[in-house]
Design a protein around this ligand. Structure first.
Ligand SMILES: Cc1cc2nc3c(=O)[nH]c(=O)nc-3n(C[C@H](O)[C@H](O)[C@H](O)COP(=O)(O)O)c2cc1C
Length: 184
């Protein structure tokens, strides 16, 4: 069996950066699912909306999420080493807005107006998310002002009702329906 060496390849970046505004404009075209990442327990909690959640590998089950290290949730996440990923339903815009921090609300206040389930690890997940995934931090990599967090999946809770809430062109969207089923 081929084993790959444990190499981290760093590519030489060209000297000129594309303007951030141009990059933001391009990323507006990247449609994504809205996830609320929850960190901490009832006494010490924070959380944020993330569109950077992605499946990393199925065997073993791992996901990644990128977090701005200047955000209020980073301190709690890096200290506790555990988090929940809640895939939001299309009718949960109000909850998502709280976790964006609209109106300057932080920490505990973001949890208002929704029902939460406390898992044995202490991590809280949204009762009515489509899917909630409990993770522990396997590895975290600081790059520029963000961290790439590799989450080991500890448990999965599937509600499986409702449709996903999407983010596209700087606003919320819902699914228009299938274009073609892949059969995968
Ligand atoms: C659609 C959308 C996606 C976002 N995705 C991420 C993300 O992947 N990672 C992240 O750190 N912040 C992301 N943010 C920002 C956070 O949701 C939140 O606004 C930020 O953590 C608030 O910082 P504070 O906790 O210091 O107030 C996103 C915001 C929006 C509106």
């Amino acid at each position: 069996m081929m084993t790959s060496p444990n190499l981290s390849v760093k590519f030489k970046t060209p000297s000129l950066e594309v303007p951030a505004q141009e990059f933001r404009r391009a990323m507006r075209e990247l449609a994504g699912s809205v996830a609320v990442v929850t960190v901490g327990d009832e006494k010490d909690r924070s959380g944020f909306v993330a569109t950077s959640v992605a499946s990393f590998s199925a065997e073993p089950p791992r996901l990644i999420v990128c977090i701005n290290r200047a955000s209020s949730s980073w301190e709690v996440l890096s200290r506790r080493g555990q988090f929940g990923v809640n895939l939001m339903r299309e009718d949960e815009v109000e909850i998502a807005n709280r976790f964006i921090g609209i109106g300057g609300i932080k920490g505990n206040e973001r949890y208002g107006g929704a029902e939460w389930i406390t898992l044995p690890s202490g991590t809280q997940v949204l009762k009515d998310a489509i899917v909630s995934i409990e993770c522990s931090v396997e590895e975290s990599l600081d790059r520029h002002d963000h961290a790439i967090v590799l989450g080991k999946v500890e448990s999965i809770r599937v509600c499986d009702h409702g449709n996903p809430l999407l983010w596209y062109k700087s606003g919320y969207y819902h699914l228009g329906g299938p274009v073609e089923r892949s059969g995968l």
